[in-house]
Design a protein around this ligand. Structure first.
Ligand code: NAP
Length: 314
């Protein structure tokens, strides 16, 4: 059996461009949705053209034109969607319901991977307002997929390193502090950090794998299951200096939500579940799901010691 043809929806996005790259690298015939709505966005267009140069096919379709989506989907076997889902950038998770409708009508898709790539929404039914919107909307998409009997894989990628490791998990910055750092509670809850390129590699590995059919794939690279203190320790070793640490109590962290804008409130809720509750690691993967580094030991993933080096000054 040949390798599946893949359509990437959201291909010019933060995660999407990595999925396109991984799909091409793993030898899949790769199609990328080109939306007419990008209009004069020269950066998006140039990125799409660069995908084409690397061997991808661009396929025009719009979320406002059901028929165009169906026609695009009919050209491939697998759809990977990386629709936006970070509130301070853009959040359109529910738009995927239109994609689900089109996949249902096309009737040829062997696997659909919706835009997930974070905490497992099925485990976040109790999450705080307003951050729970992310999980509720991802669950609404799952419900539509499963009701339509579309074969799926859900990727639970945990914390993208660019958002959570590079800044030592500090909110409001993407670069690591050099003097002072905030610690969430005792800083010992285990968190999982994953290089975004590795997320893409594992995601594409899974699409033709019968072991992940209709399952959740958790990304838990063993060396990257770290507490915030352990992550900070790696940075301190790299810069040869101990940072001044201030612990934020659970109560103070939660009350900081008052007066923040909506996007920040969503962020505080997510950080709370990850860093105070340890929601990424307080369960076993179990029989019903799979773990990526176990299924694909051939993937050499990036450790956080290595990842943090890029933030060192020359
Ligand atoms: N675990 C983590 O730490 C973490 C961190 C960040 C994101 N995530 C998750 O990763 C997924 C992707 O997020 P991202 O940050 O990569 O997204 P993004 O870069 O903000 O956006 C991805 C793509 O969404 C498409 N899009 C946005 N608005 C649209 C609209 N109105 N109509 C049609 N398409 C639209 C665009 O596709 P085009 O290319 O067609 O323009 C865009 O490039 C989300 O599910 C998010 O929750 C997880």
């Amino acid at each position: 059996m040949g390798k599946s043809k893949v359509l990437v929806v959201g291909g010019t996005g933060y995660m999407g461009k990595r999925i396109v790259k991984a799909s091409l690298a793993q030898g899949h015939e790769t199609y990328v949705l080109q939306r007419p709505e990008i209009g004069l966005d020269i950066d998006k267009l140039q990125m799409l053209l660069s995908f084409k140069k690397q061997g991808a096919h661009l396929v025009e379709a719009s979320f406002s034109d059901h028929r165009s989506l169906v026609d695009a989907i009919k050209q491939v076997d697998v759809v990977v969607c990386t629709m936006s889902g970070v509130h301070f950038r853009s959040h359109n998770i529910l738009l995927q319901l239109k994609l689900v409708e089109a996949i249902k009508e096309a009737g040829n898709i062997k696997r659909f991977l919706p835009s997930e790539f974070g905490m497992d929404p099925a485990r976040m039914g109790y999450a705080l307002e307003p951050g729970r919107v992310t999980f509720d909307e991802k669950m609404a998409v799952r419900k539509a997929i499963e009701e339509a009997n579309i074969p799926f894989t859900y990727i639970s990628a945990n914390c993208f390193a660019g958002y959570f490791a590079g800044n030592l998990s500090q909110m409001g910055t993407l670069i690591p502090p050099r003097d002072k750092v905030h610690i969430y509670g005792d800083g010992n809850a285990k968190v999982i950090f994953v290089d975004e390129d590795d997320v893409a590699t594992y995601t594409i590995k899974t699409i033709d794998d019968p072991r992940t059919l209709n399952k959740t794939l958790y990304l838990r690279p063993p060396e990257n299951v770290l507490s915030q203190r352990e992550l900070i320790g790696k940075w301190e070793k790299l810069i040869g200096k101990e940072l001044e640490k201030t612990s934020i109590s659970e109560k103070d962290f939660l009350s900081s939500i008052k007066g923040l804008g909506y996007a920040e409130q969503v962020g505080v809720g997510h950080f709370y579940h990850v860093f105070y509750e340890g929601c990424l690691t307080n369960f076993e993967v179990g029989e019903e799901a799979e773990e990526a580094s176990e299924l694909y030991p051939e993937v050499t993933y990036t450790s956080m010691d290595e990842y943090l080096k890029i933030y060192l000054q020359n």
